[in-house]
Design a protein around this ligand. Sequence first.
Ligand code: B1M
Length: 214
Amino acid sequence: MSTINKISLAVQNGNRKQVLSLVQQAIDEGLPAKEILESGLLAGMDVVGQRFVRNETFIPEVLVSARAMSSGTELLKPLLAEGEVDYLGRVLIGTVEGDLHDIGKNLVKLMIESKGVEVIDIGIDAPAEKFINTAMENDCKIICCSALLTTAMSQMETVVEKANEAGIRDKVKIMVGGAPVTQGFCDKIGADYYTPDATTAVEKVVEILKSMAQ
Ligand code: B1M
């Protein structure tokens, strides 16, 4: 079995120690960080996710796997940055009110940080006002909203409304994402950008910050 497949299996088993040593082994073997992340760590978490949906695994196991996966991504963090990076600015990220899922948000955050962007993380279950007030206080150029629950998605619209009320739409862009979010939903609520995954999210953040700096 390849090291990548072993990483996926170790995440599925929630074996944090094994994940750490296998990720280190993959790094030593010269495997690209992105491949270790996507085909190893995320693939393993994906299997856990499918089992959870089928009621074949339960919340404690999912959390143990998530923790193992996060430890592995921390080890990859310095490698995901491509050499020396310029400071591009500051963005805010959070999971909207009513939603406690943060694995995807943390991944998006990690990838954005690896591009030299400072990220203020307001955590999970964050009220719309917190998104707006924290962004204004810290001069953030982009507000990134994550949601995994369809019931919590409407909170993204509240963030857009509060930003309109605060009169900051010309200074701050609003980006939305998370498994149930679509481009159509983004257009409907009047957010600025939608991206489907962490890789496209970081590309979009860099593109927006560069265009705002001009
Ligand atoms: Co929950 N959960 N969960 N869960 N959970 C889902 C999301 C669900 C689809 C499973 C299911 O039943 N089918 C379902 C939601 C159904 C829906 O609304 N459509 C669900 C449910 C119902 C629940 C509870 C209500 C269960 C219960 O208690 N009965 C409860 C809700 C609690 C709450 O939030 N109020 C709950 C709880 C939990 C755990 C605590 C056990 C745990 C969360 C742990 C944590 O986050 N710290 C958990 C997990 C792990 C999942 C699944 C299994 C996996 C989610 C995940 O982390 N995926 C999930 C089922 C599944 O997806 N297969 C499920 C890995 C992660 C890397 O992917 O988050 O999609 P993801 O992020 C991606 C993209 O979406 C994107 O980039 C990331 C990487 O590419 N992305 C962005 C994310 N944010 C972005 C922002 C961007 C751009 C891209 O720009 C701003």
